[in-house]
Design a protein around this ligand. Structure first.
Ligand SMILES: [Zn+2]
Length: 153
């Protein structure tokens, strides 16, 4: 899959950029992130870049955040999640909680009671965590999903 690079998405560093365009990243969460950047532009009429702060996380990094004995496996360890900064959004008057509601209105996680977007701070700063479950995540808006796929290939 040749993923097109999006100007409206920027990255904390080259590592996150490489991981975001890596084939291992869950396709739904990749499309979801691009979709969100377009929603920001359309709904708020703001030409603001989404800043991706984390994509893949190793087991060691997970232990550093949650403790040595953690059994919690983060979707980041499975390439199923993308974190985006809220600070630059707040700075231009966008409410991150509104974006979280917007994502969850249009995207269905499709497994358990989990949602596709949550806002939290797990010790790495306030951010929006986007996640998808392999194979079961459904895009509620089929038209946008189709467009998202066409545009990302
Ligand atoms: Zn996260």
């Amino acid at each position: 899959m040749n993923k097109k690079e999006y100007k409206s998405i920027s990255f904390k560093s080259g590592n996150e950029r490489a991981e975001f365009y890596d084939d291992r990243l869950n396709f739904h969460v990749y499309v979801m992130t691009i979709w969100l950047s377009k929603q920001i532009k359309e709904k708020y009429n703001k030409d603001i870049w989404i800043i991706v702060t984390e994509v893949f996380r190793t087991r060691e990094e997970q232990r550093r955040i949650y403790g040595e004995n953690t059994e919690d496996v983060s979707p980041h360890e499975w390439w199923n999640a993308v974190d985006i900064s809220v600070h630059n959004l707040i700075h231009v008057g966008i409410d991150p909680d509104e974006l979280v509601r917007l994502v969850n209105k249009h995207w269905k996680y499709g497994h358990g009671k989990y949602k596709c977007a949550i806002r939290h701070d797990v010790g790495k700063g306030d951010h929006i965590h986007l996640q998808a479950y392999p194979g079961t995540t459904k895009f509620v808006d089929k038209e946008l999903h189709r467009r998202g796929k066409e545009e990302s290939i």
